[in-house]
Design a binder for this molecule. Structure first.
Ligand code: MN
Length: 245
């Protein structure tokens, strides 16, 4: 149906599954981890009408790819979608936190000067820094916090700032994830797989399986599966309508 955040180019069988992704999903956002990857991946998936590729620079690899920052800023000018970008505050990446923060700020600045983009954002263990920056650039477009796992208070701030949320089947499998999803506005939620690095029962989650979050939303929203699906479609249309405003 919809996958708002997948690393489609990184599935070992990416080319084989692309047809199925294009057929089963009305919309798939293939996020990339570097602008060079975006250039290459855009060409590969160009022929698929339901697959969109967004330009990003993954916060976990900024140190290795810092020389691509100018290219990233340049590419943002020609892409409606930006991601994966953001900040990772885990210990493992603490060395690059200053660099991550300055790159993310540059990205938001550029998005604002380009009249707004749809931005898929990584915010693990750096939720408040990400939200502070978003509040500094209120015209950066539509930020979508992917796999949000912050505190309830931070979620409140994110909602106030107008953030959207892409949620995945793993979040639906944890108590914390569920309690956050319960508090997210119904009209700002979209499904994601974040595959191929997410897995359930040792199997990678595929883009057409992102919609499995509907089984959880059905319970949280107290409505039927079909109602969930129509709400998600409305959300997608609302989001995309905004791109071209
Ligand atoms: Mn990701």
């Amino acid at each position: 149906m919809i996958d708002m955040h997948t690393h489609l180019d990184l599935y070992p069988d990416a080319l084989k599954i692309a047809d199925k992704v294009d057929k089963e999903n009305v919309f798939t956002l293939a996020v990339t981890t570097s602008p060079r990857a975006w250039i290459a991946t855009s060409k590969v998936f160009e022929k698929y009408k339901n697959i969109y590729v967004s330009v990003g620079l993954h916060p976990e690899i900024v140190e290795a790819k810092a020389n691509e920052v100018d290219l990233l800023i340049d590419c943002i000018k020609t892409s409606n979608f930006v991601g994966e970008v953001g900040i990772d505050g885990s210990k493992r990446f603490s060395k690059s936190i200053t660099l991550q923060t300055s790159i993310f700020e540059k990205v938001l600045q550029e998005c604002e000067s380009q009249n707004g983009k749809i931005i898929s954002i990584h915010s693990r263990a750096a939720e408040s820094t990400v939200l502070n920056l978003l509040s500094k650039y209120p015209r950066c477009g539509t930020p979508i916090l992917h796999w949000f796992s912050g505190k309830a208070k931070e979620l409140e701030t994110a909602i106030e700032l107008g953030c959207w949320f892409s949620i995945n089947p793993i979040m639906c499998n944890t108590k914390k994830g569920m309690s956050l999803i319960e508090k997210m506005p119904k009209n700002r939620i979209l499904p994601e797989s974040d595959g191929p690095f997410t897995s359930l029962d040792n199997k990678a989650i595929y883009p057409w399986e992102a919609i499995n979050v509907a089984n959880t939303l059905e319970k949280i929203w107290h409505c039927s599966y079909d109602d969930v699906v129509s709400q998600l479609k409305i959300n997608l249309d609302t989001l995309l309508g905004r791109t071209y405003e």
